[in-house]
Write a protein that binds this ligand. Structure first.
Ligand SMILES: Nc1nc(=O)c2c([nH]1)NC[C@@H]1CN(c3ccc(C(=O)N[C@@H](CCC(=O)O)C(=O)O)cc3)C=[N+]21
Ligand SMILES: [Mg+2]
Length: 287
């Protein structure tokens, strides 16, 4: 038996098409064009590719996108000044500051400076707090994409044991919070595991839903997976010019019940959710 391969790329394409229709209805009803401002600091080639993909997806969906490129040597003061200008620009609904930032810049200070209503990444503590309390303004893009793929796989989450491997503020921590909520594609029993967890394989083997967000290529192997589990691979690692996940696909695919591929799994969903949040942002600000 081989796992069902969850087609993130296909699901994302469908979502983006539906979203494009919603965007055109919104534009017609309000005359407002949803607008995402993206900030890219430095020359990291992977970041440049991601930002370009996000911009292309925006344009296809009828969302305006502008790119603000800053030199790798940009000071924190300059970046904060740019964000302050975008915060005050009524034509801009969403602001995305691509991570990682160069070492002279403190990421937390910068992310906290994005006005919460324009925080389409859902990184601001106000938005994280609202999400954790079960009254989200925005959902964080990558966890929301994972949740959508779990639903697409037809996996029951209510009462299921979801094990999150990884505790980043961007993926692992919010993912667990979303799956433990009361609600659809939620009501799970959540365990967080991470680099200090003892007997990790013993815990991952208890997972009905296993989310791998550790940032280590091919880390989750077949013997760490319960037969029939739903395995969501958030990893994006470049190894010998190739993109590989945090899951060792070849050893897991014969054991899991369903699995996301890399590429073509969570990554495209992250972008679809960003577009969704940008439309939400425009709606909230058009009121
Ligand atoms: N402020 C901020 N928000 C982010 O959401 C954010 C960020 N910074 N920094 C970097 C990470 C990473 N990320 C990805 C998005 C899409 C793909 C994606 O579409 N991946 C394709 C492959 C793309 C390729 O070939 O490189 C796939 O998995 O099929 C990957 C990674 C968003 N991030
Ligand atoms: Mg990390």
């Amino acid at each position: 038996m081989s796992a069902q391969i969850i087609d993130g790329k296909g699901v994302a394409a469908r979502l983006r098409k539906d979203l494009g229709e919603e965007v055109s209805q919104f534009r017609e009803a309000t005359g407002v064009v949803p607008h995402l401002a993206a900030i890219l600091v430095g020359e990291d080639p992977a970041s440049a590719v991601y930002v370009r993909n996000k911009q292309r997806a925006c344009e296809k969906a009828g969302i305006k996108s502008t790119l603000h490129r800053l030199d790798a040597a940009t000071t924190q003061v300059d970046l904060l000044e740019l964000i302050s200008g975008l915060n005050g620009d009524d034509s801009v609904h969403g602001i995305l500051c691509q991570l990682p930032l160069p070492s002279q810049i403190d990421e937390t200070t910068v992310l906290d400076s994005v006005t919460p209503i324009k925080d389409v990444d859902c990184f601001h503590p106000e938005n994280v707090g609202l999400m954790v309390q079960g009254r989200p303004r925005y959902l964080p893009c990558t966890p929301a994409g994972c949740q959508r793929l779990i639903a697409e796989a037809g996996v029951e989450t209510s009462g299921a044991h979801a094990v999150i491997v990884g505790r980043s503020e961007i993926v692992g921590k919010p993912m667990g919070m979303m799956l433990v909520q009361k609600g659809d594609v939620a009501n799970a029993t959540v365990t967080y595991a991470h680099s200090r967890t003892k007997n990790l394989a013993e815990i991952t083997r208890q997972a009905d839903i296993l989310v791998a967000a550790i940032g280590k290529p091919n880390f989750i192997r077949g013997e760490m997976v319960k037969p029939g589990a739903c395995v969501i691979d958030v990893g994006i690692n470049r190894v010998d010019e190739k993109l590989v996940g945090d899951v060792d696909f070849d050893s897991v695919v014969g054991i899991a019940g369903s699995i996301t591929p890399v590429p073509g799994g969570v990554g495209p969903m992250t972008i679809a959710m960003l577009l969704q949040n940008t439309l939400t942002a425009a709606k909230l600000q058009a009121e």
